[in-house]
Design a protein around this ligand. Structure first.
Ligand code: TRP
Length: 347
């Protein structure tokens, strides 16, 4: 093999994903994303990024941003992201993200960004007052992914449109500059991911912004609190059905069964085979024990890690160096293709 074929096959499957540094990570984040990231690192070269540049598209209190960045990093490590196997870093430490995002701002068209539904939702009614950064959020996300020539991007359903835009930008760049610099990354929508709903309302997503803390299980909740929240979770008076069809129209029962199946790594059918015909008085303690056994070791480890913030900072700094080593030559190629003289001097 020539050097470049070796290079290509190494790069054949590379995962990139990002997570916002927001406080209050909960069971929904764990079962919806983090757990998948942990298992993907065994199959792919994986790069995971705490997206602090994205966070400031809406105002962040600086102290809170620092705290949340460390918390998210700690939760990923505690959940099993190996910092030897994977690269874990915070976005702002690798300036190539911002550099490439600017170039992509000059490739993406206003019309493409105008279609982004997340911007419309986040900007709300007062669009004139939204930051320019919030509008350009998707070009930065494209830069995150393409700065590494990532081929696979694990994201939730809500990020699918941004991934399509990323592919459009990659294609447009290659075509404008008559090159093959960027691959078209594939979304990996988590098929197996569980959409975790609120414990107080089975038709609303579990959310960090719900005013009731009883609506969610936070990754840092201790065993007693987890048990208590599950005991208080809303249910209906009927026993659990033995067949999946019996869950229709029972959002709270469906949610708790789905959480059990996800935590036990089994199918809904298996849960119903065991608990069908039994009431919540039996099911809730079993679910509570299971949730405690899976989550409290992660919470304990998070708390332990957060006692030494300097150690987390060092892990992120090491990740940033390894990330930069991958993206620096890619950005050099981009700069050359675009016609920029010289090299960016980030180090
Ligand atoms: N926008 C993503 C979210 O809100 C986070 C993100 C930023 C991301 N950059 C990324 C996800 C790159 C995947 C790849 O969930």
């Amino acid at each position: 093999m020539t050097d470049s074929t070796v290079q290509k096959s190494v790069e054949k499957s590379r995962i990139f994903s990002g997570i916002q540094p927001t406080g209050n990570l909960h069971l929904g984040n764990y079962l919806g994303a983090i757990r998948n990231w942990v298992s993907l690192q065994h199959e792919f070269e994986s790069i995971y990024c705490v997206v602090d540049l994205h966070a400031i598209t809406v105002h962040q209190n600086p102290g809170d941003l620092r705290k949340s960045t460390r918390e998210v990093a700690a939760s990923l490590i505690a959940a099993g992201i190996s910092t030897d196997r994977s690269i874990l870093f915070n976005q702002s430490c690798v300036p190539q993200h911002a550099e490439l995002a600017w170039i992509f701002n000059c490739v993406a068209r206003l019309g493409w960004l105008n279609r982004m539904t997340q911007f419309k939702e986040k900007a709300g009614k007062n669009r004139e007052n939204a930051s320019v950064g919030l509008y350009a959020y998707p070009t930065l996300m494209a830069a995150d992914i393409l700065a590494y020539r990532a081929t696979h991007v694990p994201v939730g359903e809500d990020q699918k449109q941004h991934l399509e835009l990323t592919r459009d930008i990659a294609q447009a760049f290659n075509s404008i500059f008559e090159c093959e610099v960027f691959p078209l990354p594939e979304p990996q929508i988590f098929g197996s991911a569980t959409r975790v709903m609120s414990l107080r309302d089975g038709s609303a997503k579990m959310s960090k912004s719900d005013i009731s803390d009883n609506s969610r299980i936070n990754m840092t909740d201790n065993a007693d609190l987890i048990m208590q929240k599950i005991r208080k979770a809303k249910t209906d008076p009927d026993a659990l059905p033995s067949e999946v069809a019996g869950l229709v129209g029972r959002p709270e029962a469906s949610n708790l069964v789905a959480i059990y199946a996800a935590l036990a790594d089994c199918r809904i059918e298996d849960v119903l085979a065991e608990f069908g015909g039994r009431g919540f008085g039996d099911f809730k303690p079993a679910l509570g024990d299971l949730a405690v056994s899976k989550l409290s070791p992660i919470g304990d480890e998070m708390r332990r890690l957060l006692k030494n913030p300097a150690d987390i900072d060092a892990i992120l700094a090491d990740g940033a160096e390894r990330a930069a080593a991958i993206t620096r030559p890619i950005l050099a190629e981009v700069r050359d293709v675009v016609g920029f003289l010289g090299a960016s001097t980030d180090l």
